[in-house]
Design a protein around this ligand. Structure first.
Ligand code: 4NP
Length: 171
């Protein structure tokens, strides 16, 4: 039986891609599911570096593919990352290297605006993933079914790696 590990305050993680309609909503639900299965007390959200799709539901291809693997994305709505997110979240996970550099630039602005309140660690989704070491989660938007499946597989593998890492750090 898996013991439930509780932190006083949940550790807050924000998954970020470009549009917040394909990769980061998938990462949000997969990471939340795996963390919950492992009894890790986390809050997981997602956002986009762009504001291309404000308040939109995840891409129907992402939703359909995720559902085939048991993940329901239907309740999520897209939003753009805000400077306050760097004060609210402990960890911000970039899906690819362009997202990472955009997020790091925003982090500088958040530091200037909020000083010590800015606390987020910024890293790649694949940071500790031995199967996809420091690889981007490829953007499936102009792709086909296999590209959406790749997003699921990579999100599962990287989420498991983050949960294993966080269990050692936080418990
Ligand atoms: P995401 O995919 O960053 O994984 O949500 C994309 C969604 C929309 C666009 C690009 C990528 N777009 O150009 O609208």
């Amino acid at each position: 039986m898996c013991s439930v590990m509780k932190l006083e305050n949940p550790y807050k993680i924000l998954c970020v891609c470009l549009g917040n309609i394909c990769r980061s909503p998938t990462a949000e639900v997969v990471l939340r599911t795996i963390a919950n299965q492992q009894g890790l007390n986390v809050v997981v959200d997602s956002a986009g570096t762009s504001n291309y799709h404000p308040n939109k539901a995840p891409d129907s291809r992402s939703q359909k593919c995720a559902l085939q693997y048991g993940y329901d994305l239907s309740a999520l709505r897209a939003r753009q990352i805000q400077l306050r997110d760097f004060c609210e979240f402990d960890l911000i996970l970039a899906m690819d290297k362009e997202n990472l550099s955009d997020i790091l630039a925003l982090q500088e602005q958040a530091k200037q605006r909020y000083g010590n309140e800015e606390k987020a660690r910024v890293a790649l989704m694949s940071e500790y993933d031995e199967q996809y070491p420091k690889q981007a989660v490829p953007d499936p938007y102009y792709g086909e079914q296999k590209d959406f499946e790749r997003v699921i597989h990579q999100c599962e593998s990287s989420s498991l790696a983050w949960v294993n890492y966080l269990k050692k750090q936080l418990i």
